[in-house]
Design a protein around this ligand. Sequence first.
Ligand SMILES: [Zn+2]
Length: 92
Amino acid sequence: MSQSLPELAQRREAIAQRIAQLGDLRPGCVTSTSGRCGKPNCRCHQPGEPAHGPHFRLTYKMNGKTISESCPLRRPSTRRSEKSRSSVNSRT
Ligand SMILES: [Zn+2]
């Protein structure tokens, strides 16, 4: 599939406009961590229990220093959608 140069330029312009609409852009890298903690009594060390996380961290450089801070990103909650689905069912 071949695209002409004007078509590609138009597509590039459309993508650039969408990026410009994002706002609040900052350089950095978002990583997720999950695993078992150092407390032997914690539930994460019990068989069959899930590990902690994922916790998201934003890492970026400022004035030559690497800064890492927790990031309020959350995975979409499947529990909430299940709850709303069941409340819809109970109404009918
Ligand atoms: Zn733990």
